[in-house]
Design a protein around this ligand. Structure first.
Ligand code: DAH
Length: 372
C-alpha cells in the first residue's frame, strides 16, 4: 500500500473546473443548435472554438496544473471540445443541405416557359453578300473557287506578272510573314486564286472566287487592313474583251437593278493586257449626275455628280500569266476581274462607313438578317 500522495498540490484553476468546462460546452452546443443559417454558425464557430473561446482558454490553462492533474483535465477538455466540434460538423452539413435545397427552389427556372428574349441570329452581310455574288455567277454556269489567305509570294505576285520590283510588294502594302525571306504573305488580293485554278484545272475555266484579303492600310471609313474581294476568271477558246463587258454588265444589273451597266476606262494591271477600270452607272441618280433636292436639282452625293462609281479592275488575261500557269496561250485566252465586296455592299445598301461591316455590332448585322 502506498502512503498518501504528499506531492499533490490541488491548485484550483477556475476555467478548468468541471462545472466551468461543462457549462462552456453546453453554451457552445446550445449556440450551435440555435444557429439557423451558415452565417450565424460561422460566428458560433469563432466564439466557441476560436483561440479566444472559453474552451480554448481552458485548454491553455492545463499547463498551470501540477503534472498529475494534467491528464485528467486534458481528457475532460478534449472530450468537451470533441463534442462541440462534432456538433458543429453535424449542424454544418444540415445547414448546407438546407441552403442547397433553398437555392434549388429559389433559383428554379421554368425552361418550358415561352420567351421572346432570345433574338434570332443574323448571318453577316459580308457572308450573304458573297453568296449572292457567287449565286449570280453560278446561275451562269460558273464555279466557285477558293484559295488560302496565307499565300505563297510566287502565286500572289510572280505568277501574276508582278515583277520583283513592283511597288505593291513593298512593306507598305503587303503583310509578310516571319522570317521575311520565307516567301509567304497574307494575300493582298484574290487574284492568286486565278493562278491556283489555272495550275490545277484545264480550260475551259469559269470561276468566281470571293474571299478575304489583307493590306497594310490604315483603318478608316473607306479602308481596312482586312477586306474582301471577288475575283472572276474565264479561260476558253476565243474569249475577248466583249465577253468581259457583257459579263460585268450582267453582274452589275443583277446586283444593283435593271439599267445599271458598266463602262471601262483604260488602265494598267500586270496580269491583264489590255486592262480597264470598271465604273458602274450610279444607281442613285442612274447616270443623271443630279437628284431632286426638294428645291430643285442638286449634285448626286453618291457619285459626287459624276454619274459613275468606280467598281473594280479587269482585263484580258496577260498571255504571260497563262504561260506561267501552264495554259496554252496560243489556243486559249481569257478575261479576269476583281471587285471589292465590301465596297459593293456599301453601294448596294447605302452604307457610309466601311467599319460598320467589321465591328460585329448585332444591331447593324440584324438589319440584314432577313436577306436571303
Ligand atoms: N487584283 C486587283 C487588285 O487587287 C484587282 C484586279 C484587277 C483583279 C484586274 C483582276 C483584274 O482579276 O483583271 O487591285
Amino acid at each position: 500500500m502506498s502512503g498518501p500522495n504528499t506531492d499533490y498540490d490541488p491548485v484550483e484553476v477556475t476555467p478548468l473546473k468541471s462545472e466551468e468546462v461543462e457549462s462552456a460546452r453546453d453554451d457552445a452546443l446550445a449556440a450551435i443548435a440555435d444557429a439557423t443559417d451558415l452565417e450565424t454558425l460561422k460566428q458560433v464557430r469563432i466564439d466557441h472554438t476560436g483561440d479566444r473561446s472559453p474552451l480554448a482558454l481552458a485548454n491553455r490553462e492545463i499547463g498551470a496544473l501540477p503534472p498529475q492533474a494534467r491528464k485528467e483535465a486534458g481528457q475532460r477538455i478534449g472530450k468537451a471540445r470533441g463534442a462541440v466540434n462534432q456538433a458543429l460538423a453535424a449542424r454544418t452539413s444540415v445547414l448546407e443541405a438546407e441552403h442547397e435545397e433553398r437555392m434549388l427552389v429559389e433559383e428554379t427556372v421554368d425552361v418550358t416557359l415561352p420567351t421572346d428574349r432570345v433574338p434570332p441570329g443574323a448571318r453577316h452581310p459580308i457572308t450573304t453578300g458573297s453568296e449572292l455574288i457567287a449565286d449570280i455567277f453560278v446561275a451562269m454556269g460558273w464555279e466557285v473557287a477558293e484559295g488560302p489567305v496565307i499565300e505563297a509570294e510566287w502565286l500572289n505576285f510572280d505568277a501574276l506578272n508582278l515583277g520583283p520590283d513592283h511597288p505593291a510588294r513593298t512593306m507598305q502594302d503587303t503583310f509578310w510573314t516571319d522570317p521575311q525571306d520565307n516567301g509567304i504573305v497574307l494575300r493582298t488580293h484574290t487574284s492568286p486564286v486565278q493562278a491556283r485554278t489555272m495550275l490545277t484545272r484545264t480550260p475551259p475555266i469559269y470561276v468566281v472566287c470571293p474571299g478575304r484579303v489583307f493590306r497594310t492600310d490604315e483603318y478608316d471609313a473607306t479602308h481596312s487592313p482586312v477586306f474582301h474581294q471577288v475575283e472572276g476568271l474565264a479561260i476558253d477558246e476565243g474569249i475577248s474583251m466583249a465577253h468581259l463587258k457583257g459579263t460585268l454588265d450582267h453582274f452589275a444589273t443583277a446586283m444593283f437593278g435593271e439599267g445599271i451597266t458598266t463602262r471601262f476606262r483604260p488602265s494598267y494591271f500586270p496580269f491583264t493586257e489590255p486592262s480597264a477600270e470598271v465604273d458602274l452607272v450610279c444607281f442613285v441618280c442612274r447616270g443623271a449626275t443630279v437628284v431632286d433636292g426638294g428645291d430643285g436639282p442638286v449634285a448626286c452625293r453618291t457619285c459626287r455628280g459624276e454619274g459613275w462609281i468606280e467598281w473594280g479592275g479587269c482585263g484580258v488575261v496577260n498571255p504571260r500569266v497563262l504561260r506561267a500557269c501552264g495554259v496554252d496561250s496560243d489556243r486559249y485566252s481569257g478575261f479576269a476581274f476583281g471587285m471589292g465586296i465590301d465596297r459593293t455592299l456599301m453601294f448596294r445598301h447605302g452604307l457610309e462607313d466601311l467599319r460598320d461591316l467589321f465591328e460585329g455590332d448585332v444591331r447593324f448585322t440584324t438589319a440584314f438578317g432577313t436577306e436571303i
